[in-house]
Design a protein around this ligand. Structure first.
Ligand code: HEC
Length: 152
């Protein structure tokens, strides 16, 4: 009996192993462990709270002003809705250089900020992530203000 149970379990294990191996290759698509979509929260996002959160949690590594310097992380002016890894004079990780043609949509930012290492395995952004959806919405809404033509 024990052997039979083992045999019937081995196929799903193989399937799971294949999934785990393939997951880092598809960072732009939804996967298990991703946060729920952020879109429903965006209309009520608290921009002022996002500014405070960014000051507390992001400014150790990022500047936010137009033309600001790159620190450990790249300057974030215009990050929302731009292409990923868009700063020319910043040395991104290999993980980031691979994502170069993808857009920082709200949902991409939502997944990245929830768990940077899961979204971009090997990223230099050693930040554990914002687990609170309201905080992510606030920060994303505030990122939208960092633009000459703020959208939203
Ligand atoms: C410990 C330093 C650190 C902290 C804290 C940090 N970041 Fe980052 N961030 C980085 C680094 C480094 C990169 C570049 C990633 C790479 O090349 O792998 C990055 C990349 C990014 C990018 C992508 C920019 C691009 O050019 O594509 C965004 C957006 C971002 N961070 C937002 C945030 C926000 C919002 C916070 C706060 C909630 C935050 N980061 C906190 C270091 C940090």
């Amino acid at each position: 009996m024990a052997n039979m149970a083992y045999a019937s379990n081995s196929l799903p294990m193989a399937a799971i192993t294949v999934l785990v191996i393939l997951m880092p290759l598809v960072p732009a698509t939804a996967r298990a462990g991703d946060p729920a979509p952020i879109a429903p929260l965006m209309p009520h996002a608290d921009v002022a709270a996002g500014a405070r959160l960014a000051q507390n949690k992001c400014s150790a590594c990022h500047t936010f002003n137009k033309g600001g310097i790159n620190q450990f992380g790249p300057n974030l002016w215009n990050a929302a809705n731009s292409r990923q890894a868009y700063i020319h004079d910043y040395h991104y990780s290999v993980a980031f250089r691979r994502m170069h043609d993808t857009q920082w949509t709200d949902e991409a930012l939502n997944r990245f900020l929830y768990n940077p290492q899961a979204y971009a395995p090997g990223t230099k952004m050693t930040f554990p992530g914002l687990k609170d959806a309201g905080q992510r919405a606030a920060v994303i809404a505030w990122l939208h203000t960092l633009s000459d033509k703020p959208h939203k």
